[in-house]
Ligand binder design. Structure first.
Ligand code: AGP
Length: 620
C-alpha cells in the first residue's frame, strides 16, 4: 500500500523524507517521490523504482527546504511510470500533494476540470484531487480570501474533498503558503508526529521513531493544519477538535534490522520474546485464568455470549481458525471463522448474543475494517485482536487485545501469527473459566503457556537443518501442506508463507482430505509437507503420509523430537519440541516459516517485499 511522509519545522527536510520513505518500504510499492518547499518554490523529485534509486536522483539534483512531503506508490490507477509517481501538482504548481487511497469518481471530476481548462499530465486519480484543490483555492482568492491565512487553504481543501468519492490519506503543500502543511484522512491511515516547533505526517508511526514519540491518530473526515508554530485539528463538519496525544511504544531498535539480513528473519527469531510480551501481565495464577485490560465488557455481558464470529484475512484468518478450535474446546462456545471480505456482504443470521472479533496485525486491512463496521452497524459487540496501537480497527472496535509484538515489517506475517494464536489461547482460557473450565484445568493451561517461549526457541534451533532441506526442494514448483485438527490451520499458513515469498504454488489441506482429490496431484515432482506431531490423531496422519509415499511423493515431515517412526518414513524431517496438542501451532509453524524463508532466498526472491504484495492491504 502507498506510504506517506510529511514535515514542517526547522530541519533540512530532504534526508528526513527519504529516511521516512525507507521505513515505509515494507508497505509495498513500485515508485517513490518527494517534494521540498523553500519559500515560494516547491521542487519535486520522483521516479518509478525503489527509494534507493530516488535517493540517487536527489543526489544528482539536490533540493533543500524545511517543509516537504514524500510518497511510496502502490499503483491503483495508472501504470508504474516516473510521471505517475507522486507527488502530483495542481493548477500551475500552486498545490502539491501525495495521496494514499482511491478516488472512485475521478473520471467525472477529471472531465469537469478539463472543461475548466485544467491540463492533466498523468493517468492517476490523485491528480484530480490536486487540480480540485487548486481550483477551489483560486475560487477562494477570487472571493477575497486572505492568502496569508491558513483558513483560506483549509476551506479550499474541504471544498475539494467534498466532491471526491472514495478514500484518501493526504499530505498537501501550497506554493504561496510556505511552512504550511495540511493532512487529511478518510479511509486511509494518517498519523501526526508532534515535535517542538516541528510536526510530521506519516501513514504509520515508523517514520516518526527517533524524532518524536507523541502522536495524534487522525480519524475519518479529520484534517490537520500544521505550521512550525503549531497544530490545529479539525473535523469536516464540526470544526475544531482537541487532539488526543498518544505515545508510541516503538523504539529505533524495533525498526532496525540489527544483525539480521531481513526483517522476516528478525521477526521469526523475535518470537520467543514477542510471545512473552503477549502473555505479560495476562496470566492470573490465583484465579487460574487470563485477564485483559481492554475488553471493555462486563463479565455478565461476556457470560451471555453464546456464539463467536472471528473475522480476518490471510495469515490472521489462519490464526482465527486455530482460535475456533481453542474457543470451542475450552470455552465450548460455538465459533465460526469468516473471511472479512465475505462477511461484509454475506449477512449471516447473527443474534444479539453473538460477539465479533476482528483479528488483524496492521489494524488497517480494508476488508476487515469494513466487516467490523458492518457488524457494529448491526449492534454487535465488536472487539479487535490487533498489533498496531492506535490503528483504525483498534480505535473503532468496542474494545480489544493488543499483541504487543512490536512493528512487523516483513510483508510475510510471522510473529503476529504466533502472538495472535497465543492471545486466542488466553481468550479461550478466560471465557472457559467463566463457564465450566475447572481451576486445575486452567492452571495447567497457564503452566503450559509459560513454557511456550522456550519451546519456540528450541524450534528455532532447526534453522540449519531447514537451510539444508530448502536447498533440496527449492526448485520444485508445487507443494502440498497437510495437517489435522490444530495443525490444519498451520498447513494453510505454511502454504501461504511459501506462496507469498517464493512464488511457488502451494496448497494447504486437512490431511484426510487428500483422498478426496488432491492425492491425484501426488507425484515425484510434488513434495508434501506433513505436520505430524505426536497426539491422538498421529496414526491417522501417518497413514496419510504413507499414502503419499506409496505414490512416490517426496515427504517433508514436521514431527516431535525423537520420533524415529516418522524419520524412517519421511524423506526429510524437521523436529520440534513436544507440547500439548492445543499448543502445537505455536511450535509447528516455526520450521515452516523458516522453510519458506530459505527457499525464497534460494530462488532469489525479495523476502521482505515480495512482488505484488503489500504489508497492509488498505484497498478493497
Ligand atoms: C500474511 O503473510 C500476509 N501478509 C497477509 O495475508 C496478511 O496476513 C493479511 O493481509 C491480513 O493482514 P492484517 O493481519 O494486517 O489484517
Amino acid at each position: 500500500m502507498c506510504g506517506i511522509v510529511g514535515y514542517v519545522g526547522h530541519r533540512d527536510v530532504t534526508e528526513l523524507l527519504l529516511e521516512g520513505l525507507r521505513r515505509l518500504e515494507y508497505r509495498g510499492y513500485d515508485s517513490a517521490g518527494i517534494a521540498v518547499q523553500h519559500g515560494a518554490e516547491i521542487s519535486i523529485r520522483k521516479k518509478a523504482g525503489r527509494v534507493h534509486e530516488l535517493g540517487k536522483l536527489v543526489e544528482a539534483n539536490p533540493v533543500a527546504g524545511t517543509a516537504g512531503i514524500g510518497h511510496t506508490r502502490w499503483a491503483t490507477h495508472g501504470e508504474t511510470t516516473d510521471i505517475n509517481s507522486h507527488p502530483h501538482v495542481g493548477g500551475n504548481g500552486e498545490v502539491v500533494i501525495v495521496h494514499n487511497g482511491v478516488v472512485e469518481n475521478y473520471t467525472t471530476l477529471r472531465a469537469q476540470l478539463q472543461q475548466r481548462g485544467y491540463v492533466f499530465r498523468t493517468a492517476t486519480d490523485t491528480e484530480v484531487i490536486a487540480h480540485l484543490i487548486a481550483h477551489q483555492l483560486s475560487e477562494q482568492l477570487k472571493l477575497g480570501s486572505d492568502p496569508e491565512r491558513p483558513d483560506t487553504y483549509v476551506t479550499a481543501v474541504l471544498a475539494a474533498l467534498a466532491q471526491c468519492k472514495g478514500t484518501y490519506g493526504l499530505a498537501i503543500l501550497f506554493r504561496d503558503a510556505p511552512n504550511l502543511l495540511i493532512g487529511a484522512r478518510l479511509g486511509s491511515p494518517l498519523v501526526v508526529g508532534v515535535g517542538q516547533g516541528e510536526f510530521f505526517l506519516a501513514s504509520d508511526p515508523s517514520p516518526l521513531v527517533g524524532y518524536t514519540d507523541e502522536v495524534v491518530y487522525l480519524s475519518d473526515h479529520e484534517l490537520v493544519v500544521l505550521t512550525p508554530a503549531g497544530m490545529e485539528l479539525r473535523h469536516r463538519d464540526s470544526g475544531s477538535l482537541t487532539p488526543s496525544i498518544q505515545t508510541i511504544e516503538q523504539t529505533p531498535a524495533d525498526i532496525e534490522l540489527g544483525d539480521f539480513e531481513h526483517y522476516m528473519l528478525k521477526e521469526i527469531f523475535e518470537q520467543p520474546t514477542t510471545l512473552e510480551n503477549a502473555m505479560r501481565g495476562r496470566l492470573d495464577d490465583d484465579e487460574a485464568t487470563a485477564k485483559f485490560g481492554g475488553l471493555n465488557m462486563e463479565p455478565q455481558q461476556l457470560r451471555r455470549i453464546d456464539r463467536i464470529v472471528l473475522t480476518a484475512c490471510g495469515t490472521s484468518w489462519h490464526a482465527a481458525l486455530v482460535g475456533e478450535y481453542l474457543l470451542e474446546e475450552f470455552a465450548r462456545i460455538p465459533t465460526e471463522v469468516e473471511y472479512a471480505s465475505e462477511l461484509r456482504y454475506r449477512n449471516p443470521p447473527l443474534t444479539d448474543t453473538t460477539m465479533i472479533f476482528a483479528i488483524t496485525q496492521s489494524g488497517e486491512t480494508a476488508d476487515t475494517l469494513a466487516a467490523m463496521r458492518e457488524c457494529k452497524r448491526k449492534g454487535h459487540p465488536t472487539l479487535a485482536i490487533c498489533n498496531v496501537v492506535g490503528s483504525t480497527i483498534a480505535r473503532e472496535a468496542d474494545g480489544g487485545i493488543y499483541l504487543h509484538a512490536g512493528p512487523e515489517i516483513g510483508v510475510a506475517s510471522t510473529k503476529a501469527f504466533t502472538s495472535q494464536v497465543t492471545v486466542l489461547t488466553m481468550l479461550a482460557l478466560y471465557l472457559g473459566r467463566m463457564r465450566h473450565l475447572s481451576y486445575p484445568a486452567g492452571h495447567r493451561i497457564i503452566q503450559q503457556l509459560r513454557e511456550i517461549p522456550q519451546k519456540v526457541a528450541q524450534a528455532l534451533e532447526s534453522f540449519e537443518t531447514v537451510r539444508k532441506i530448502a536447498s533440496k526442494y527449492a526448485s520444485y514448483d508445487n507443494f502440498l501442506y497437510l495437517g489435522r485438527l490444530y495443525n490444519f490451520p498451520v498447513a494453510l499458513e505454511g502454504a501461504l508463507k511459501l506462496k507469498e515469498i517464493s512464488y511457488i504454488h502451494a496448497e494447504g489441506y486437512p490431511a484426510a482430505e487428500m483422498k478426496h482429490g488432491p492425492i491425484a496431484l501426488v507425484d515425484p515432482n510434488t513434495p508434501s509437507v506433513f505436520i505430524v506431531p505426536r497426539g491422538g490423531i498421529y496414526p491417522k496422519v501417518m497413514s496419510n503420509l504413507e499414502e503419499v509415499r506409496a505414490r512416490g511423493g517426496p515427504v517433508i515431515a514436521v514431527a516431535c523430537e525423537g520420533d524415529d517412526e516418522v524419520a524412517d518414513m519421511a524423506d526429510d524431517v524437521l523436529f520440534v519440541p513436544e507440547v500439548d496438542e492445543f499448543l502445537q501451532p505455536l511450535v509447528t509453524v516455526i520450521p515452516l516459516q523458516l522453510l519458506a524463508y530459505q527457499i525464497a532466498l534460494l530462488r532469489g526472491c525479495n523476502v521482505d517485499r515480495p512482488r505484488n504484495l503489500a504489508k497492509s492491504v488498505t484497498v478493497e
